[in-house]
Each structure stands twice: as structure tokens, then as C-alpha cells.
Design a protein around this ligand. Structure first.
Ligand code: FAD
Length: 464
């Protein structure tokens, strides 16, 4: 009887999962999840609860097929080796990941397994790292558009055909599934994820026109957490969306950003901690702890920034446009090191992935590949007025400003005393006065960046 083992990590599904399909070529297959204290300890409550909900659903799916999810707690190299020894599995299959931690972890597990093979597949990305390279440099493109063109021309890797092994859960092995501490932010499991994908297919054609407006709850897919936990296969998502309309093609192009950041981190693990442009590691950050706390808690006095940070705290998700605005405010208005912002998002986001979070933070900070230029500094008032013109988003998350008229909503300090009084707003009491003057902050940041780059301040280039 040939036994194989699948060690699930960020691929919590049985459909279109190359590690699972390959393992099912054996006679029976053990499905393992290791509760690894390190990543679990870094996650905020919402991500932990969502993980627990997905694990319960995966277990139920496996039980319906006659097996169940084997759960072990502890260091992965010990836990996987323990599971292999106890079940007699002759092979282990995983879907690989790109973070430095996951690469070191898998190497330690492979060593601990000795003669038993650990086979890595790429079920978490559309195209595997190393398959999309610049013909000129032999490396990952440092600019997105040429990467995307090469990416689109690269055939998808063939995946193993699903075998039909019987799932097997040994009786005397394993621990309890983790339980959610509160209500998960969405229903767990791949079935629920497929319903979310089906709902998105009704909206996707409007994507290019609607994706930038945070009040529009169905303007983007909200599928990032399903891609992050692997309750949806990226290949399946891209296939069912296809490219038949501008909206559909634009959406799949957006998924290429996800692959790009993953390929970059796989090639350059140092990106997780260091600016891709080395001179940018010389920036002298202010890192004022009180200002950092005000940003984290949505008390900066800039309504669209506060709305975004409160949405994150309440839901574990934030709209992409607002992620850019809040991140830019932290780095370029408060001159706080992007790594501190990245750490906060790392804890709070339900869709957190090292490669995506670091890549996007470096993009906003102007320290990374194909970044927004360092002198392009988002003006939070202009961004709010442009992308939340009716104020619906700010009113949803900053209700103490709800009665302000639209024109004052994104800059309450510009409202007259009568207007403020009529709306029940007292700046500094019911809502904070702005933490910093944006024009002053902008000049301060340009000076700090220029110093780091060793050049004079660049001429004014306009604001985002
Ligand atoms: C500072 C900052 C931090 C971020 N951290 C993360 C993170 O930890 N995890 C994460 O998945 N995304 C991150 N993003 C990217 C993006 O904001 C989210 O992927 C997106 O908001 C998720 O919502 P959605 O699924 O509705 O996106 P949609 O607009 O529906 O996009 C579809 C999918 O394409 C991918 N995608 C879209 N935009 C990006 C992008 N800019 N970079 C990479 N992939 C993208 C995502 O997988 C997303 O689910 C970050 C962006 C910023 C500015």
C-alpha cells in the first residue's frame, strides 16, 4: 500500500491543487496541517480566525471523502517528520512559497525527512518563479509592464492530473483543529470561495471603471484572501475570468502584479527587509511613536487616511486605493520607515503575503522596483476628493464627520466655525486636528529622500 502525505500551507483546497493531485497518485493520502507558532503568532485575530474557518472546512471536505485533516502543532521539521514516521508515508507533496522563512522552513523539513522525498509544486501562483525572466538580464524584470508582457506569453506549467487515492486519517494521531476566537470575516472553505468568485464574475466587466473607488463595495473582487489562503487556485480564477472583455483582461493583468512581486522576492530575499534601491536605506526616518500610533488607530486628522485605517482595524481588509493613500501618508507625510507600516499591515491584513506586502510598501515608498517616483507624494485631501467625491467612504468609517458638507469632508479644518458647529464637529475634540501640515511634510520628505540619494531636491513634479 503506497501512502503519500500532503502538507497543506497556503493552498487550503482540494480542487486544482497540484500538490494534492500529485499525492493522490498513491493508494492512500494523508492530509496534514502544521500549526506553526511563528507565522500564526505574527497574525492578528482576523487572519487567525479565517485560517481556522478554512481548516474546519477543509477537514469537513476530507471527512466527506472518508479521511480528515491531520493537525499537528510545533516546528514544521519535527511535525512533518513525526507524521511521516507515524503513517509510513513514502513521499511528501507541498505547494512552494517564496518568503525567506518558507524557503528555510522547507529546506529544514527536507533534511529532517532524509530518504523520504519532499516534492514542491507551484499551486499558489499563476506562473512559477524563474519561468518569466528578462531575455537581456536573465533576471526578473525590474519594471512591471515588460514583466507582464513576458508573463502573458509564458505558457502555464502543466500540472499533475488528479489521482484517486483515498484520504486517510489515522485514529491515534493528531490534535484538535484550531477554533476561531470570533466570527470569521468571511465563510471558510473552497466552496464559499467559489461562491465569492461566482459573485465577482457578475461584476468583473466594470472593473476598469470601478476599481479605484473605495465606497464601491463590489468594484473590486475581494478575492485576495482566497488567493492568499489558496481556497481558490489562481489558475482557476484566471481561467474562468478569461480575457474576453476589457474588464476581464484588466483583472487578470492585475493578478500578474501578484506573480511579479512573488518572483521578485524569490529572486531577492533581502527585499523583505531592505530597499531595492540601496541608497534608499540611508533615509533618516523620524519614526515618531505617537504619530505611528495615531496612524494605526485612524486619528491623523486626514479623513480618508483615518477611514482606511479604521476599515483595516474593523475588517482586516482595505481597498487598494486607500492602501496606497494610507501607506503614502505614513511614509511621506510622517516620514516613518515603510518597514513599520509593513509590520502593521502584516499583523492586520487577512490577505497578508510577505511578497505582496513588501512589494507594495516599497512601491509606495519609492524604494522598490518600478516604484512610484520618490517625489510623487500623494496629497490625501486631493486623493479623497477624487476617489471619494461624495464622501460615502469617509462617512462610513469616520461617522463623527458625517454631517459635514461634501466640500469640507476631506479637509474639515477648511470649514468655517458655523459649518463645523452645524455638523457637530469640534476639531481637536470630536475629531483630531491634522497631525501635520501636508505642504510642510512634503518638503521635509523631499529633503530627506534627496539627502539619502545624495542629490539636490528635484524640481516640483506635481502631486498624485
Ligand atoms: C501598501 C500596500 C500593501 C498591500 N499588501 C498586500 C498584501 O499583503 N496581500 C495582498 O494580496 N495584496 C496586497 N496589496 C495589494 C492590493 O491592495 C490587494 O491585493 C487588493 O486590494 C486586494 O483586493 P481585491 O482582491 O479586491 O483586489 P482586485 O482589485 O480585485 O485585484 C484582484 C487580485 O489581483 C491581485 N492584485 C491586485 N492589485 C495588486 C497589487 N497592487 N499588488 C499585488 N497584487 C495585486 C490580488 O491578488 C487581488 O486579489 C497591498 C497594496 C498596498 C498599496
Amino acid at each position: 500500500m503506497r501512502t503519500s502525505l500532503v502538507w497543506f500551507r497556503r493552498d487550503l483546497r482540494l480542487t486544482d491543487n497540484p500538490a494534492w493531485d500529485a499525492a493522490c497518485a498513491a493508494d492512500r493520502v494523508v492530509a496534514l496541517f502544521v500549526v506553526d507558532p511563528l507565522p500564526v503568532g505574527q497574525a492578528g485575530r482576523r487572519r487567525r480566525d479565517l485560517l481556522a474557518a478554512h481548516l474546519h472546512a477543509l477537514d469537513a471536505e476530507l471527512r466527506a471523502r472518508g479521511g480528515g485533516l491531520l493537525v499537528l502543532r510545533g516546528a514544521p521539521h519535527e511535525a512533518v517528520a513525526r507524521a511521516v514516521a507515524a503513517t509510513g508515508a513514502g513521499e511528501v507533496h507541498v505547494n512552494a512559497d517564496v518568503s525567506g522563512y518558507s524557503v528555510r522552513r522547507d529546506a529544514a523539513v527536507a533534511r529532517a525527512l532524509g530518504e523520504v522525498s519532499l516534492t514542491a509544486h507551484w499551486g499558489t501562483l499563476l506562473r512559477a518563479p524563474g519561468t518569466v525572466l528578462s531575455a537581456g538580464t536573465g533576471q526578473v524584470h525590474k519594471v512591471f509592464t515588460p514583466f507582464w508582457k513576458a508573463w502573458a506569453d509564458t505558457p502555464l506549467d502543466p500540472w499533475p492530473s488528479p489521482g484517486d487515492a483515498a484520504p486517510w486519517l489515522p485514529d491515534d494521531l493528531g490534535e484538535d483543529l484550531p477554533s476561531p476566537a470570533g466570527e470569521p470575516v468571511m465563510a471558510g472553505g473552497e466552496h464559499a470561495a467559489h461562491l465569492r468568485l461566482a459573485a465577482w464574475l457578475e461584476e468583473v466587466d466594470g472593473y476598469p471603471d470601478r476599481r479605484d473607488f473605495p465606497a464601491d463595495a463590489t468594484g473590486t473582487s475581494h478575492l485576495s484572501a482566497d488567493l492568499r489562503f489558496g481556497t481558490l487556485s489562481p489558475r482557476h480564477v484566471a481561467e474562468v475570468v478569461g480575457g474576453a472583455t476589457k474588464g476581464r483582461a484588466g483583472f487578470v493583468r492585475q493578478m500578474a502584479w501578484r506573480d511579479w512581486y512573488a518572483h521578485l522576492l524569490a529572486e531577492r530575499p533581502a527585499l523583505a527587509r531592505h530597499a531595492m534601491k540601496p541608497e534608499m536605506d540611508r533615509i533618516e526616518w523620524r519614526n515618531d511613536p505617537e504619530e505611528l500610533a495615531a496612524w494605526q488607530e485612524g486619528r491623523t486628522g486626514y479623513p480618508v487616511v483615518d477611514a482606511g485605517m479604521r476599515e483595516l482595524a474593523a475588517t482586516g481588509w482595505m481597498h487598494n486605493r486607500v492602501r496606497m493613500i494610507t501607506a503614502s501618508f505614513l511614509v511621506k507625510d510622517l516620514l516613518v520607515d515603510w518597514r513599520l507600516g509593513e509590520a502593521h499591515f502584516r499583523r492586520e491584513l487577512v490577505d497578508f503575503e510577505v511578497s505582496q506586502n513588501v512589494g507594495n510598501w516599497q512601491w509606495v515608498a519609492g524604494t522598490g522596483p518600478d516604484s512610484s517616483p520618490y517625489f510623487r507624494i500623494f496629497n490625501p485631501v486631493m486623493q479623497g476628493r477624487k476617489f471619494d467625491a461624495t464622501g460615502e467612504y469617509v462617512r462610513r468609517w469616520v461617522p463623527e464627520l458625517a454631517e459635514l458638507p461634501d466640500k469640507a469632508l476631506h479637509a474639515p479644518w477648511e470649514a468655517g466655525p458655523l459649518e463645523l458647529a452645524a455638523a457637530g464637529v469640534e476639531l481637536g475634540t470630536t475629531y483630531p486636528a491634522p497631525l501635520v501640515d501636508h505642504s510642510f511634510a512634503r518638503e521635509r520628505t523631499l529633503a530627506a529622500y534627496s539627502l539619502a540619494r545624495g542629490t539636490a531636491v528635484e524640481p516640483f513634479q506635481g502631486e498624485g
